[in-house]
Design a protein around this ligand. Structure first.
Ligand SMILES: [Zn+2]
Length: 490
């Protein structure tokens, strides 16, 4: 059963103290990655004091994981969990919930609306834990699905950057993709169908100002592929919760590259993740400045683990220490530390910053006959901040997208009776579409992560204009330029 999450936001919860200052402390958002010994639990505390707990670790050994969650709540000053999200029904993700509920109040339970699939619903652990879950949540858990928002409070005065927690996948449905995630895709290797609840995990994107964080639960490769292609549906992120504890049946390199995080945090165990392919995919990323791990994995040696200062429980695997990220959008940085008192390392917020630069894009008109007008329109909306003004019916799907100025549009349509130009063959010196941008390099970096390619790399004209020509994922030459003097008026 689905319901409208918006209804949960009561009028009272929107009334905020007028004294909230956008000071450093007031703008801080914290993310705690808890040591569940290879299980999952992540605590988010917003600057407006709301808390979200994603998963609750394991039931056994008794009290271990719940003690750790409670300690983090205490550390964070959380007395009530506002939203408790269970990504999927595996024992390392929801085993601690019944005890936790006895120790700290929970306002809203959220899950994906269906128990584990038939392949697992007869397992011993599921038959033990699921009834406890239903009892603890009193059957009141609400379902969220791909495309839903968790209605976190925002500062009505706008002094604190907008916060949004958004579900991009659940129950093998990917936002923006209608098909079967296990069906073949030309040019990509798919894994066999994942019959477990991992593939059905809830995957979330948290944005706070320009900061972007991806927490994909335990989703596996086929779901991940569809988050990354034919369009990068998430975009670049600053912080990546390494999916599925760093196991190789997840962390599809296509998605890892699409996300291109600055910092990755693996909630692994002493003998569970990070597996070699995932370790390699992460450490090969040009964007990655640091990889943190909850544990040192004894199976892979130093070459398969992060450097000692990035591993939370390296010396003592039973220490139970968390990794904590703190986000300061107004300062353009986030910090990561191990434990409450670890030395904070500082990283730039850059993922959303690039998107923000491109959002005021403008273009000179035009209509294109394309194979898939809806997908092309979505890409321009996702990455250039354009808007669909009108979408027409099949078979032409004539879709009008407007630029930021609101007075210029692409018309994208499919007319099978007319020649369908192969834009990959279009010489950018013969034809291209041009957009303004404030930062050509940042635009390039962001769009390369979104499936664009370079047709002609950055150069400057005699007049001092900085220019690049890319191709969109379908080959159309698109130029971005920063002129010394704008030729158009606002
Ligand atoms: Zn797991």
């Amino acid at each position: 059963m689905r319901f409208t999450l918006g209804a949960l936001v009561t009028a009272a919860s929107l009334i905020l103290s007028g004294s909230v200052q956008a000071s450093e402390r007031a703008e801080r958002l914290d993310i705690y990655f808890l040591d569940m010994y290879g299980g999952g639990s992540t605590l988010i505390v917003t600057p407006l004091g709301e808390s979200v707990l994603i998963d609750t670790g394991s039931l056994r050994p008794e009290h271990r994981d719940v003690d750790r969650i409670c300690r983090a709540c205490q550390e964070a000053g959380v007395k009530t969990i506002d939203y408790l999200i269970t990504t999927h029904f595996h024992s390392d993700h929801f085993g601690g919930l019944p005890e936790l509920v006895r120790r700290i109040p929970v306002r809203v339970f959220l899950d994906k609306g269906a128990p584990a699939p038939p392949s697992e619903s007869n397992s011993r652990w599921f038959r033990e834990l699921y009834p406890l879950y239903q009892e603890a949540t009193k059957g009141q858990a609400k379902a969220i699905g791909a495309g839903d928002d968790i209605p976190l409070k925002n500062d009505p005065a706008g002094r604190i950057a907008p916060i949004r927690l958004h579900c991009v996948a659940a129950e093998e449905r990917v936002e923006g993709f209608d098909g079967d995630v296990d069906a073949p895709v030309e040019g990509f290797d798919l894994a066999g169908a994942d019959e477990t609840d991992n593939a059905r995990s809830i995957a979330l994107v948290l944005t706070y100002g320009a900061f972007r964080f991806f927490a994909g639960g335990d989703i596996t490769r086929n779901v991940e592929l569809h988050l990354a292609q034919p369009v990068n549906r998430i975009g670049q992120v600053d912080l990546y919760q390494v999916t599925h504890h760093g196991l190789d049946q997840s962390n599809n390199p296509v998605l890892v590259k699409a996300l291109s995080p600055t910092v990755a945090v693996a909630m692994n165990g002493p003998r569970k993740g990070i597996q070699p392919q995932t370790f390699k995919a992460l450490t090969a990323l040009p964007s990655l400045q640091a990889l943190y791990q909850i544990h040192y994995n004894t199976q892979y040696g130093d070459a398969g683990n992060a450097a000692p200062e990035f591993i939370a429980n390296r010396e003592n695997p039973d220490r139970g220490e968390f990794i904590k990220a703190s986000v300061y959008p107004a300062k353009g940085v986030f910090t990561v530390r191990i434990g409450p008192d670890g030395e904070a390392k500082t990283y730039p917020i850059q993922a959303g910053a690039a998107a923000r630069i491109i959002s005021p894009a403008r273009f000179e008109h035009i209509a294109f006959n394309v194979q898939d007008p809806v997908a092309v329109a979505k890409w321009y909306c996702d990455y250039l901040g354009m808007k669909v003004v009108r979408s027409g019916p099949a078979p032409a799907f004539a879709t009008f997208v407007s630029d930021a100025g609101g007075n210029m549009m692409f018309e994208l349509y499919r007319n099978v009776d007319a020649p369908m130009p192969d834009q990959r063959r279009t010489d950018p010196n013969s034809f291209h579409v041009a957009f303004e941008t404030d930062d050509v390099k940042a635009t390039r970096d962001m769009l390369l992560g979104a499936g664009a390619t370079v047709a002609k790399d950055i150069w400057s004209t005699d007049a001092g204009d900085v220019v690049i020509i890319l191709r969109d994922p379908w080959g159309l030459p698109i130029q971005f330029l920063k002129r010394t003097e704008r030729m158009l008026r606002d």
